[in-house]
Design a protein around this ligand. Sequence first.
Ligand SMILES: [Zn+2]
Length: 148
Amino acid sequence: MPAAVAYARSGRWPFGAVLVAADSGEVVAGAANTVQDEDPTAHAEMNVLRSATARGLSMARHVVVSTAEPCPMCAGALLWAGVRAVVFGTSSARIAALGVPQIALPFETVARHSTLGPHPAVGGGVRTDLTDPLYRAMARRRRRGRAG
Ligand SMILES: [Zn+2]
């Protein structure tokens, strides 16, 4: 999670994700949210998936660790990719409650509706001591009328 938080801190929006090899625990890829006006799909999880699949990495042998619960778009992509497990920090419900716009559909709800392959293991609320401050700060900036 600290590696994902470092990616989150590097981006315009405080969302980061890393890909971890399930066997070794090694971080093999990472990305920030790089959403700009012209590409609303560049969430951290989408970016890390694109980076990993471009390198031919098998998602079935990797875990995605995200600072925030994957949104329905990212959840769908992670399920289509057959990722082995998903670990996240702050829940989408918590982020929405802070006042940050979200599509706050729980990852597990999306996964429950999937008939694809084996469902990934899911762990949420991991190291929220590191991830919650990202979204509290984002909510404060939004209340003061600044982006991000
Ligand atoms: Zn997303």
